[in-house]
Every structure is written in structure tokens, then in C-alpha cells.
Design a protein around this ligand. Structure first.
Ligand SMILES: [Zn+2]
Length: 118
């Protein structure tokens, strides 16, 4: 029996126990039904946890997550790069991480994130 065959109430209960970012993102991208069942705040919390637990690796490979599209992309695709150049002591995985957007997502949102950095 697949997850899709279960009643929605049971699916929601099962999904509520998932805290792995990769699993949540994959489920979110499966189809519209599962996309609607996975809560955005649950995915953000899992991504935030992933970012913190892989902070050293993310810095080493120069990749950072976007909390809008949920992609983990090269530093050059984030305004974040400019912030680091301007302030080398910036806490890259701090409390402000949840507002981080890649440049493409930020442009769709009127460059709110970029403006918050100024
Ligand atoms: Zn993005």
C-alpha cells in the first residue's frame, strides 16, 4: 500500500512526523496533493535544522539555501555573497536565515531581502 492510497487524515499524521528536509522537500514536490499537505513552516524548520547541522559543509562548498524556492544554490546566486564581502563577520546561519532568498526569488518579491541588507 502506498502513502497516496491512505486517507488524507492518516497522510497528514504521517507527514507531521517527518523532520528530514530532503524527505519533506521531495514529498512537497511529488504532486499538488502532497504539496498542499506539507506545511511550509514544517519545511522551513527542517531546512533551518539542515543548514545548522551542515553549516561547515555549506560554507566549504559555497552553497546556501533559499527559504522561498527551497533550493540550495551556489553563493553567487544569493545577495548573501555581497553581505559577506561587506561584513566578513556576518553570522551566515543566524536567526535571519529564514528570510534569505536567492536572487531570483528575491526579484519576484520586489527585492525585499536585498533591501533588508542595506
Ligand atoms: Zn529561491
Amino acid at each position: 500500500m502506498s502513502l497516496g492510497c491512505l486517507p488524507t487524515e492518516i497522510q497528514l499524521q504521517i507527514i507531521s512526523y517527518i523532520n528530514d528536509f530532503g524527505a519533506l522537500r521531495s514529498l512537497h514536490r511529488t504532486n499538488r496533493h502532497f504539496s498542499s499537505l506539507v506545511r511550509r513552516d514544517q519545511v522551513h524548520a527542517a531546512l533551518f535544522e539542515f543548514e545548522h547541522s551542515h553549516k561547515d559543509w555549506l560554507i566549504q562548498v559555497n552553497y546556501f539555501p533559499c527559504y522561498s524556492c527551497l533550493r540550495i544554490s551556489p553563493r553567487t546566486e544569493h545577495w548573501f555573497q555581497d553581505l559577506v564581502i561587506a561584513n566578513s563577520t556576518a553570522d551566515i546561519c543566524g536567526a535571519d536565515a529564514l528570510s534569505r532568498r536567492c536572487r531570483a526569488c528575491d526579484a519576484k518579491e520586489g527585492n525585499k531581502f536585498l533591501k533588508s541588507l542595506m
